[in-house]
Design a binder for this molecule. Structure first.
Ligand code: SF4
Ligand code: SF4
Length: 369
């Protein structure tokens, strides 16, 4: 009988533990988690197999596995695990590791993923913004009515953000391509690629409706919080698109009046995002058993930072407190940069990896592979 040799990657096991899967060694493979998981399928159940791959340090199997992206960390499996191995947290740690593994360039994944580099990560956009302000001779607080577009004209904001947004898109694309190539066996890739667009559209429809989230039982509060964060971001993205249209096509002056449709949409979206991220923080704090690694908290706090500084930027302008309004605007831009410029390396990248993995799973199920 042919033997099967396992070459465990001990460093990988330690990394998974550091990323929130510290209890993974408690698992004794009873499979309760795979039975309990509301998102697991009979044909390809999870997360029992992911637990043994994590225990054995089988990095290559775990990281390229589409099933780790099918999990929404609802915690149902962790609640019922008789050994307290917290499989939901282990799978979440595997996703965090995967984002770092596929990061391009790799060192950026380590920089954004490690708490000790946060000051550097935030200092980069801050320094760029301050340098541009210095070049414009606007490092002092301007007198008169508060108009952010005179302090830092929109074309300069765009000249800072657009190149970094472009780089972020390219980096994310390269990371996702590598993930795709590892996830889909080359002999089947042409089959999976066929009609993939249809599976992708169906997956996006499912994500927009948060259909899979609704199936989670134990941690139902995550559904509302995630939904609010998701739609808050969607609203703010639509607002940004409208403002770009106003600026470059209609040549409208800013600040926009409070009754302008873009302003109304932006303010409502900001409130929804603020409520959503506050609920996320409350849920995490109220559930100390759930693993919360630096990778989780860094994105949560950056989203809280971007929405809070955005709301304060507007309120301070309306209250005409220039000494606070302009510095707050700079802080807000720094947070915006974090969200956009570091997207391929932060937890936010899960939006893209999850979408691609779920579409892949759907396609594989459709063609019966
Ligand atoms: S993680 Fe827990 S429930 Fe799942 S197989 Fe291991 S011991 Fe059983
Ligand atoms: S956390 Fe929820 S979705 Fe993820 S494996 Fe466990 S039961 Fe399934």
């Amino acid at each position: 009988m042919a033997g099967y040799s396992v070459d465990p990657d001990v460093k990988f096991v330690k990394e998974i533990q550091k990323l929130g899967g510290e209890s993974l060694k408690k698992c004794f493979q009873c499979a309760t988690c795979s039975v309990i998981c509301p998102l697991s399928s009979d044909e390809k159940p999870f997360p029992r197999k992911e637990m043994i791959w994590a225990q054995w340090g089988l990095k290559d199997k775990l990281v390229k596995n589409s099933d780790i992206w099918a999990c929404h960390q609802c915690g149902d499996c962790s609640t019922y695990c008789p050994r307290g191995a917290r499989p939901g947290d282990v799978v979440a740690a595997a996703r965090a590791y995967a984002i770092r593994e596929y990061a391009f360039p790799r060192f950026m994944g380590n920089l954004v993923g490690e708490g000790k580099y946060l000051p550097v990560i935030l200092a980069i956009p801050l320094a760029i913004i301050l340098l541009v302000l210095a070049a414009l001779g606007n490092l002092k607080i301007p007198a008169g009515e508060i108009v952010y577009s005179k302090f830092l004209p929109i074309k300069f904001v765009d000249s800072i953000f657009l190149p970094f947004a472009g780089l972020a898109i390219i980096s994310l694309g390269l990371g996702v391509r590598k993930f795709w190539n590892e996830m889909s066996p080359s002999r089947y890739r042409h089959l999976v690629g066929r009609n993939f667009f249809k599976s992708l559209l169906e997956t996006i429809g499912e994500i927009v409706g948060h259909v899979r989230f609704k199936k989670c039982g134990t941690n139902v509060g995550r559904f509302t919080a995630h939904l609010a964060v998701f739609y808050g971001f969607v609203g703010l993205f639509a607002t940004t698109t409208m403002v770009v249209f106003y600026e470059y096509i209609l040549h409208r002056e800013t600040p926009l009046p409070l009754y302008d449709p873009a302003k109304i949409l932006g303010n409502i979206s900001a409130i929804i995002l603020f409520i959503g991220i506050s609920l996320v923080i409350r849920n995490r704090l109220a559930n100390p058993d759930q693993s919360s690694s630096y990778f989780d908290w860094s994105l949560i706090l950056m989203i809280f930072g971007v929405v809070t500084s955005g709301i304060l930027t507007e309120l301070l302008r309306l209250a005409n407190i220039a000494n606070l309004a302009y510095p707050m605007y700079v802080v807000h831009l720094m947070f915006v940069f974090y969200i956009i410029g570091y997207l391929p390396y932060s937890k936010l990248a899960h939006m893209v990896y999850r979408t691609v993995a779920l579409a892949y799973k759907r396609q594989v199920e459709t063609i019966g592979m």
